[in-house]
Design a protein around this ligand. Structure first.
Ligand code: NAP
Length: 291
């Protein structure tokens, strides 16, 4: 049982909505497992008035809160209220983790790196020299794409329903990282070309969330031994992953990214090695309890 005393440091999460977040159970389980004197609490900070992100960040300073996570829809806007944003988060254009150091609030983005750490540990895959297909061009895709590009893949294809959005994201990161990014729509011959010989395909859209919708992706064209990954974690095995498993591909679930982005945050706040297995088990229990 987590014990809160007069010296307990507080970590929190701001979001709208926030009640669904698995981060409180995941981090509190980690604090308890390592006897770290910290407690993690959710705060609903509405996107619309009377919600006021700027004042919520001021409260972090006023209350000497040690760190926080930022989730949808505040990841971009929060940047202007912090004292410092690290270069990776600045390039991605979003912050999901904040640490208070001697009263200065410093922003990081652990989403992309967390995704890759999970992919390596849970599916044994690293993008260097590989063909990678990213489906989606929203906030999660931005973080994952940027981190994948830093690992020097051979080829990257960004697939999205709205072509203008993927084109704009591709051009922005091409300028930043001098790497040619291909784009393709969610159907037709261009999608088939994107799938051909790919070593990793990752769904970063909300298709499949809560069992709604199914991605129609030509998996049969992937390279032998390819990894099929989905960042949706509810359900843990989406229809996309189920189809991949049935075809004999290695699959990688969305809880892996959630746990590993949190694990990097845990290290930033505590300086301790994160108990990843404890965090995953706690998140799994919380997911099962929601059913
Ligand atoms: P977002 O910024 O709103 O982007 C949504 C993306 O999904 C866009 O590319 C959008 O395409 C696409 N999309 C949505 N509905 C679609 C549909 N019916 N058909 C085709 N494309 C569709 O959202 P996000 O923040 O990137 O989050 C995306 C998903 O990732 C959510 O389910 C979220 O829960 C999950 N997520 C998981 C983690 C994790 O740790 N595992 C972390 C972050 C997010 P258009 O551009 O065409 O609209």
């Amino acid at each position: 049982m987590l014990k809160i005393t007069g010296s307990t440091k507080v970590i929190c999460i701001f979001g709208d909505p926030v009640a669904h977040s698995l981060s409180p159970v995941m981090h509190n389980a980690a604090f308890e497992a390592l006897s770290v004197d910290m407690a993690y609490v959710p705060f609903h900070v509405p996107a619309q008035p009377p919600g006021d992100l700027k004042r919520a960040v001021s409260a972090i300073r006023a209350l000497s809160i040690h760190g926080l996570n930022i989730t949808i829809p505040h990841k971009e806007k929060v940047m202007s209220y912090l004292d410092e944003v690290d270069s990776h988060a600045l390039a991605v254009g979003a912050v999901n983790t904040v640490v208070s150091r001697s009263g200065s609030l410093i922003g990081y983005n652990t989403d992309g790196e967390g995704y890759l750490q999970g992919l390596k540990q849970d599916a044994g895959f690293t993008p260097r020299g590989k063909k990678v297909v990213i489906i989606g061009a929203g906030g999660a895709a931005r973080s994952i794409l940027y981190s994948v590009l830093l690992k020097k893949p051979k080829e990257v294809v960004l697939v999205n329903r709205t072509a203008a959005r993927s084109a704009s994201l591709a051009r922005e990161f091409e300028r930043k990282l001098a790497f040619k990014i291909q784009t393709a729509p969610l159907d037709g011959d261009a999608l088939r070309r994107s799938a051909q010989g790919a070593h990793l395909v990752v769904n970063t859209t909300s298709i499949g969330l809560s069992g709604r919708g199914e991605l129609d992706f030509p998996m049969e064209l992937l390279a032998d031994g390819a990894v099929v990954s989905d960042i949706v974690y509810s359900p843990l095995e989406t229809a996309f992953l189920k189809k991949a498993r049935a075809r004999g591909f290695k699959t990688h679930d969305g809880l892996s990214m959630l746990v590993h982005q949190g694990a990097i945050g845990f290290k930033l706040w505590t300086g301790r090695r994160p108990p990843v297995a404890v965090m995953r088990a706690a998140a799994l229990d919380a997911l099962a309890a929601k059913k």
